[in-house]
Design a protein around this ligand. Structure first.
Ligand code: ADP
Ligand code: MG
Length: 257
């Protein structure tokens, strides 16, 4: 397995006033992998994502991309980094007043200088890649199903040809069939486009189906990170309950049939 590290989180501390969310958290993301992040509600999964993205300043520790400290980058380097990653935020807010095509064009308008017609062409291509029909381009978010909205948000996250994709609970709120279809899409795209994917999820099926490794957040840090099958018998109480509880066992049984 490749030991080529793309993102390194070292000794991260995150706090809101007296409330410490992360303490001495370490995590490596390998180039080309699909890394799942799990953890109880409120354990700081989204805060971790926001810290990597630079949306929340670490209260201690370092985040490195390709070995470079984000904290030491100048604004031009930062801007370049921001165009290397695409993000599908939790509750993946599309702009409600823009149609799908305009939503997907938004990052292009912000980051690149090119004719509108070319932006439209690129946006339409990303919409197709995300598994939406061309007819979806002119629809508004309120006119889409939950699954279609996720796909539109995914198309927007891919607008700038990122090599890293962050997904915060992308299948939450989808029915199991919609969730499985979305998982396959992520797997296909990650292979076709050579993406590194970091996916926060509660969805055990996603963890089994598409994640190369799973990182578990507990007790303010990454308590364990390994391929899912190596975590099944982990002694930590939350990890044990998560994988060996009824839902965990049902998901595993589904894989063995
Ligand atoms: N902007 C904020 N201000 C204060 N506390 C916050 C803020 N964002 C997150 N938190 C707290 O940080 C903890 C981790 O939140 P979060 O990362 O959203 O959890 P989750 O693992 O469910 O994604 C929670 O206790 C949350 O209340
Ligand atoms: Mg969250």
């Amino acid at each position: 397995m490749s030991e080529d590290i793309l993102i390194s989180v070292r000794g991260l501390r995150s706090a809101f006033g007296p409330h410490v969310v992360h303490e001495n958290l370490d995590l490596d993301v390998r180039r080309g992998e699909i890394l799942g992040i799990v953890g109880g509600s409120g354990t700081g999964k989204t805060v971790l994502l926001n810290s990597i993205l630079g949306l929340k300043q670490p209260d201690g520790g370092e985040i490195l991309l390709d070995g470079m400290r984000l904290s030491e980058m100048n604004s031009a380097q930062r801007r370049k980094v921001d165009s290397r990653w695409g993000v599908l935020f939790q509750n993946g807010a599309l702009f409600t007043s823009l149609n799908v095509l305009e939503n997907v064009m938004a990052p292009l308008r912000e980051h690149v200088d090119m004719p509108i017609s070319l932006m439209e062409e690129i946006a339409a291509m990303k919409i197709g890649l995300s598994g939406l029909e061309p007819g979806a381009c002119s629809r508004f978010p309120s006119e889409l199903s939950g699954g279609m909205r996720k796909r539109a948000a995914l198309a927007r996250a891919l607008a700038l040809d990122p090599d890293i994709l962050f997904l915060d609970e992308p299948t939450a709120g989808l029915d199991p069939i919609g969730a499985a279809a979305f998982d396959s899409l992520i797997l296909e795209l990650s292979r076709a486009l050579g993406l590194t994917v970091v996916m926060i999820t509660h969805d055990l099926d996603s963890l089994y189906e598409i994640c190369d490794r799973v990182a578990v957040l507990a007790d303010k840090k990454v308590e364990a990170v390994a391929p899912i099958r190596e975590l099944l018998n982990h002694p930590h109480p939350w990890i044990h309950e998560y994988f060996q509880g009824p839902r965990g066992r049902a998901a595993l049984a589904g894989k063995e049939n």
